[in-house]
Design a protein around this ligand. Sequence first.
Ligand SMILES: [Zn+2]
Length: 273
Amino acid sequence: MRFFMRFPEGRKKAFTFSYDDGHRCDLKFIDIINKYGLKSTFNLNMGIVAASKDNSRLMREEYSCYEGHEVATHGYTHPFFSQLPPNMVTYEITKDRSEMEEFFGKIIRGHAYAYGDVDEKSKEILSNAGIVYGRGVKSTHNFGIPKDFLEWQPTCHHDEECFMGLIDKFLENNPIGSPYLFYVWGHTFEFGYNKERNNWEYCEEFCKKISGHEDSVWYATNIEIYDYIHTYKQLQFSMDGKIIHNPTATDLWIGEHYKDETIKIPAGQTIKL
Ligand SMILES: [Zn+2]
């Protein structure tokens, strides 16, 4: 059986954003993405939070704007991990994570590497600290599922020339096998510089273009995508693939090569094909 993972409700595609630094421009960006039903992860440094509204970053009191999206760690003081000894990397991750968990009252399991600076030591420390994924900044320009989530590279940055063309390709293609994952990252302050192209009108344009395809695209945060993919891996199959058991608490979907129909395996249930 040539099975492939399908996203919730049998969809073949997922789209996610990741924005860094907790900048004041996140407020306007969130208004836009909420209007279009899009989801983002926001990566925060709890050690460099604004003390007043005159600061370019947000104050903790303003963090309620992230409701409905994911918040993830970005290092307590936005450090270069490769330049620090293990104890300091441990501090930067665990202090950021602990303060975020205390403030938001949630379990925080995601990370974006400041400057995309990742090395083997940092990945191990992240993992030991209970962080399940770490995002880099090297564009893949494809829609593949990452093999190593502790070095999760994005499809592209929103300011790349190829971005709009990638959206067309993503929306027009109907994957026959592996599902598509489109991952876009950036900083919301880039829209505030009022450049000729990378400005708020451009932000609104690409959000409008990518949105509205709920029938075929799952708009989700980074951790929702990570969790779905890792839950899917817990499906149990008989040798011939005709009996499938879902031992998890999440409904899961599979599809077959070249077929648009999907099969739902409800949480906790066994199906026979
Ligand atoms: Zn940053």
